[in-house]
Ligand binder design. Structure first.
Ligand SMILES: [Cu+2]
Length: 229
């Protein structure tokens, strides 16, 4: 009886330690997801004449709605791993520079984002969203930074009421995420090992998802091909 009890206790301790080790390994020694997003279509780049604040904005606005780079890679696509939570990165920053939102797509976890005005002219931040309250706020030239809250997961469209061509997106995503470079590639590190859902979103080409098996210390590659609408 006594021996049986001891065995049970030892087993419980060993199991507990193994679980703790597994949890620790997942949090610290996760794997990397390398996503490759392709689009077999033409880039969409709008060019508009600018006749306002031209000393800061230039005379032509270039709005890159679909960026297609080398090897049909799709830029500005958000790749996220909703199940990889807990690793909050530094606060997201969206700048208004040259009368453009920089970067065109910024990723954040639910919480706060810093909105910068590097232009020395008036901008007016205006967001379009359903889950989060809309923001419609002037940012005069002396207000270099303001902090805004976006607490619900959502893809938020951002415009400026002073400069009608300005367009950007804030991807509020609950897990680890990144934005593809101009060749359609993004790496997401420290993803807990195991089955993970990977989601892709693009502002005009929609969403896709796939499931992958992430291994600790290894790179898992996943490819997506976005279809035109
Ligand atoms: Cu503006």
């Amino acid at each position: 009886m006594r021996k049986a009890l001891m065995t049970t206790t030892v087993l419980t301790l060993v199991t507990g330690a193994a679980m703790w080790l597994a949890a620790t390994a997942g949090a610290q020694g996760g794997g990397t997801i390398e996503a490759d997003v392709k689009y077999n279509g033409a880039p969409v780049v709008e060019k508009l004449k600018v006749n306002k604040d031209t000393e800061k904005c230039g005379t032509e606005a270039v709005v890159e709605k679909v960026v297609v780079g080398g090897n049909k890679g799709l830029g500005n696509a958000v790749v996220s791993v909703p199940g990889a939570k807990g690793a909050t990165k530094a606060k997201a920053v969206l700048d208004q520079h040259g009368c453009k939102f920089v970067p065109h797509v910024v990723v954040m976890q639910p919480g706060e984002i810093e909105i910068k005005n590097s232009d020395d002219i008036l901008h007016n931040l205006h967001t379009y969203s359903t889950a989060n309250p809309a923001i419609n706020k002037a940012q005069p030239k002396f207000k270099k930074t303001m902090t805004e809250k976006l607490e619900k997961p959502e893809f938020v469209k951002v415009t400026c009421d002073v400069h009608s061509w300005m367009l950007g997106w804030v991807a509020v995503v609950p897990g680890l995420a990144g934005v593809t470079d101009k060749d359609g590639v993004v790496k997401i590190e420290n993803v807990p090992a195991g089955k993970q859902k990977v989601e892709v979103w693009h502002e005009t080409l929609g969403k896709q998802e796939k499931e992958v098996e992430v291994k600790a210390g290894a790179v898992t590659k996943v490819s997506f091909e976005m279809k035109g609408k």
